[in-house]
Design a protein around this ligand. Sequence first.
Ligand SMILES: [Zn+2]
Length: 142
Amino acid sequence: MSAVSTCLAPSCRTKVEGTVATCPACGGRMRTPRSVRVAGWVLLVCGVFLTGLMSYLWQALAPSMANPGATAGGATFTGTADQAQAIVTMFGAVIVFGLAAIAYGLWMIVTGRRSIAMMIGVLVLAALLIGIAWRTMAVLPA
Ligand SMILES: [Zn+2]
């Protein structure tokens, strides 16, 4: 299962084994395993950043949000338990999305290929995340 280069022209889509920058059929640019790996790294870095940031915020905010109105961990969460729940759910969703991005990024780096199934999975998670974020915004005071 060696990686392939795929022609970027929608009407061509010629696939060639290995890293080929120029399409042998139409002379257009091709997506090479190398560029897939670069995209994989970008996705991996984004995933690590999102997951790390949310884990950090979770750690910093969870103690105070678990006890609304009380001071815990040096911070006081003044919202309601429902709001705390919504925020924690959103953090969880972002972390799941980040982990999915890491998984797909690693897949692209290791194989040099794209995966339609994994890409759809990441997009579905992104849609879910937007839905959850939307709900969270609705619950929180403006
Ligand atoms: Zn082509």
